[in-house]
Design a binder for this molecule. Structure first.
Ligand SMILES: [Zn+2]
Length: 423
């Protein structure tokens, strides 16, 4: 599978304008024609109108594939039959530059709305893909067996498969808007992004004319239970969870935290939320927005170091030291910064979340602060919390996370203790 890699005669720096030919991007413009396509191609330097390149962190694998001779630099995606299974939007939020700053609302529709530019030779790539799937989870099958859920054949099959529409979203940052969300100047944001990535993107500091950055980070995946159009209708009851990635619990069932139980509980709520009343459902729509922000966006290495620090400290793993141990290792308690999270909700046209399955005040504040109304907050039933995760739950409740029940006292926090490392 060897593809010949033509040796470039010189290194292709992106730090200065490659000449004419790049189309302007007017972020927040009402129509795709006025907004212009996001062109992050490395193939035709003069067409680039953004900093960075496509595929988030996977851009590095793309580079490896080129280096290994497996991928041609000039490859263009054949987008035949790749269009969204369910069209999303456009919604009024798409043309409000304050509402969406970290994804391209037109990113799923580029083959259609930028067909002219693609025909003219511009390498415009989708940054969003929308498809359909059946999701089958043991927790949902158990809910069926215990009678908490009933199969209806349309939203949930007798075999326990939930029918969903799902979308994958790559980050596309409009730097002036991102800076505003974080309360810093765009100049400072650009400089710090440049310096803290080891100088990875010189255009951050040399090309102030380029306002859009494709950052080398993970994106988001959304799962929609029910009709995606209903998400934008505040008259239809929306059950939603915004979930941050936790590989250890979400995938491997590690019991030190509540991530997977919370996620599967939310999926159960979303299925019930979408199902018709005849199947015991609420006749609405459900949404899970999953962000790739492993270990509070500190990464899994830091997370595992914190686990050891928690379990080896004098007195063992207690809830009163939960946040302190993270801060000792990472320098902060949390780097997820929910400021950009509501963008995906605005992309979907959401104006009201009737039932928010989350105990995080950071998420709640970010959502309501962005202009989306939240009705009820739904927390995880006690019986779904693994014993070792009690430390995290009590620490979070004492720190002000939402709970309809009692807030643990300082004395109780000292007593809430997790397993030792060798237990
Ligand atoms: Zn977790």
């Amino acid at each position: 599978m060897s593809v010949e890699v033509p040796a470039p005669r010189h290194i292709r720096l992106t730090s200065h304008s490659g000449g004419t030919g790049a189309l302007p991007v007017r972020w927040g413009a009402a129509t795709p024609a006025e907004r212009g396509p996001v062109v992050g191609t490395t193939g035709q330097r003069s067409h680039r109108n953004v900093i960075g390149t496509h595929s988030g962190s996977y851009s590095v694998y793309r580079a490896l594939a080129v280096a290994a001779g497996a991928l041609s630099r000039q490859h263009r995606a054949d987008l035949t039959n790749t269009s969204p299974t369910d069209p999303i939007g456009p919604y009024p939020q798409w043309s409000d530059p304050g509402k969406i700053v970290s994804l391209d609302p037109w990113g799923a529709d580029v083959a259609q709305v930028f067909a002219g530019e693609i025909a003219a030779g511009y390498d415009v790539r989708p940054t969003i893909a929308v498809t359909k799937a059946h999701v089958i989870l043991p927790e949902v099958i158990e809910a069926l067996q215990k009678g908490r859920l009933k199969a209806d054949g349309k939203f949930l099959t007798a075999g326990g498969a939930a029918l969903v529409t799902k979308a994958a979203i790559e980050p596309v940052w409009w730097l002036p808007g991102v800076a505003k969300r974080f309360g810093c100047s765009e100049t400072d944001l650009r400089r710090v992004l440049f310096e803290e990535t080891g100088g990875m993107y010189p255009e951050l500091v040399t090309r102030s004319d380029l306002e859009v950055f494709l950052p080398p980070i993970g994106g988001q995946t959304i799962y929609i239970f029910g009709n995606p159009h209903d998400l934008a209708d505040p008259a239809v009851e929306l059950t939603a969870r915004v979930h941050d990635e936790c590989n250890g619990s979400d995938v491997f069932g590690s019991d030190i935290c509540t991530c997977r139980p919370y996620l599967t509980h939310a999926i159960e709520e979303c299925i019930r939320g979408a199902q018709p009343p005849s199947a015991g459902g609420r006749g609405g729509v459900g949404l899970i927005a999953y962000s790739r922000k492993e270990g509070r966006a500190l990464g899994e290495v830091t997370k595992f170091l914190v686990y050891n620090a928690r379990k080896r400290q004098v007195g063992g793993d207690t809830a009163d030291q939960y946040f302190a141990r993270t801060e000792c290792v990472a320098g902060v308690q949390d780097m997820r910064f929910q400021e950009l999270m509501p963008d995906v909700l605005h992309w979907l046209g959401v104006r009201k979340i009737h039932r928010l399955v989350s105990m995080s005040n950071m998420k709640f504040d970010a959502i309501t602060g962005s202009g989306i109304e939240v009705g009820e907050r739904v927390n995880i039933p006690d019986e779904l919390i693994p014993a070792d995760a009690r430390v995290e739950m009590d620490a979070k409740m004492a720190a002000g996370y939402f709970t309809p029940g009692e807030v643990p006292t300082a004395e109780k926090l000292k007593q809430t203790k997790g397993r030792g490392l060798n237990e």
